[in-house]
Design a binder for this molecule. Structure first.
Ligand SMILES: Cc1cc2nc3c(=O)[nH]c(=O)nc-3n(C[C@H](O)[C@H](O)[C@H](O)COP(=O)(O)OP(=O)(O)OC[C@H]3O[C@@H](n4cnc5c(N)ncnc54)[C@H](O)[C@@H]3O)c2cc1C
Length: 383
């Protein structure tokens, strides 16, 4: 893996940072308090190409490789994880599976709109009683003539109230993973209802919601991939999502590091800057090493993905390490800030609240360890 960034990658990174410092960072606390990101940010992000990264130009994307994708996610994570989630769910968890499994018509329709930011998507796998054990989901899709009728309930769906299209995973066959299919459901379909979940610990600007599906009718052509391929599609999306999330977590760690370095030079105690205390430098060193290690793990997975090699276990390792490291870094950052870290005058408390969910969603840390353990031993702990 060549770690030298190309001029194109460096120029995208610079543009992204300048844009986010101007359009997102000054507003992130206000969006966090209001529990809503301003939707006007979506077309602006689209203009810079965030929604089209790694999507071919023939479908409205800006192409770009997976390292550029990681650079984009890292910058978004550093600026505001709520905004990162909007991009990584719409483009990563909805756009990518359409690119991988969709018909030409689905690609020209939904993928093009997602890649250009003229539509946003959400990904509905989790149900009130089914989280980590997704292969046992209970939402049903029953074929009636040329249509499917979907009934069920989903929970914790990112972008849910904003999305124009939802990838709904529903059972079309028998029990287990092979009985699940995926559908592209326009969110204005009768029977598709959403209720926003307020009062989250972090990612407060992001629209997370419950979805109620009652007799939702879609044409058979709304199926994504083949009947029974739904679980495979979900895992395909989540493997890619874990690379994105790992890169986003690198952004959180770097955001914490930057904030602590700056604060430790300006804040004095005992007549000296905090930066001169060995125990503060210890915290800074921990964050700095974690940032590098997490980035290298994310880039390794991205590089394998780019080259068409198997990358799932490497994505799990990157997601596991980077998310746990983001929680550690944000906790240390609050410690280094002292009491000022506990209020929202500085960004570190928000970094901690936003980091906390990253060890939970897109596969908890425990699930990542089971995937890594299965790869190491050849024995599955899931059955
Ligand atoms: C803010 C937010 C946004 C989200 N966005 C989305 C989204 O867009 N789309 C979507 O579909 N879902 C989304 N989710 C759901 C998320 O993916 C789930 O919360 C996650 O998969 C865990 O499921 P659960 O919450 O039901 O926990 P459970 O599966 O009930 O797990 C509870 C605990 O048990 C542990 N556990 C479970 N099984 C095992 C096992 N076999 N071995 C050891 N430990 C185990 C878990 O690690 C965890 O610690 C989101 C969640 C949040 C909080």
């Amino acid at each position: 893996m060549d770690l030298t960034l190309t001029d194109e990658q460096l120029s995208f990174q610079k543009l992204a940072r300048e844009f986010l410092d101007r359009e997102v960072v000054p507003h992130r606390m206000e969006w966090d308090r209001a529990e809503s990101v301003d939707p006007a940010i979506v077309p602006k992000l689209a203009e810079l190409g965030f929604f089209g990264l790694t999507i071919p130009e023939e479908y409205g994307g800006v192409a770009g490789d997976y390292i550029t994708y990681c650079l984009g996610m890292e910058e978004l994570g550093r600026a505001d994880s709520s905004v990162r989630g909007i991009v990584s769910v719409s483009m990563g968890l909805v756009g990518k599976p359409i690119l991988g499994f969709g018909t030409e018509e689905q690609k020209q329709d939904w993928l093009r709109r997602i890649a250009t930011g003229t539509a946003t998507g959400c990904f509905a796998l989790t149900e009130p009683d089914i989280g980590s054990d997704a292969s046992n989901l209970t939402t049903k899709a029953v074929r009636q003539g040329d249509e499917y009728v979907i009934d069920g309930q989903k929970i914790f769906i990112t972008n849910g109230t904003w999305a124009d299209v939802c990838v709904v995973f529903a059972r079309t066959g028998g029990p287990g993973p092979k009985g699940i299919s995926a559908f592209l459901v326009p969110t204005d379909t009768p029977g598709f209802e959403r209720r926003e979940i307020k009062g989250k610990l972090g990612l407060r600007g992001q629209a997370t919601c419950e979805i109620f599906l009652t007799g939702v009718r879609v044409p058979a052509s709304a199926m994504l991939g083949q009947e029974g391929q739904g679980f495979k599609i979900a895992m395909y999306s989540l493997d890619r999502g874990r690379v994105s999330m790992a890169a986003g977590c690198v952004g959180i760690i770097c955001g914490c590091l930057d904030a602590v370095v700056a604060y430790s030079k300006e804040r004095h105690q005992f007549g000296r800057p905090l930066a001169s205390f060995q125990m503060i430098q210890d915290m800074i060193a921990e964050m700095s090493v974690d940032a590098d290690a997490a980035r290298l793990l994310a880039w390794r997975a991205a590089d394998l993905l780019q080259r068409g090699e198997p990358f799932g276990v490497e994505a799990s390792k990157a997601k596991y390490f980077a998310s746990e490291a983001a929680v550690r870094a944000s906790n240390l950052a609050i410690q280094a800030f002292g009491g000022y870290g506990y209020i929202d005058e500085y960004p570190v408390a928000k970094f901690m609240r936003d980091a906390r969910v990253t060890t939970l969603y897109e596969g908890t840390s425990q699930i990542q360890k089971l995937l890594i353990g299965r790869a190491e031993t050849g024995v599955s702990a899931f059955v």
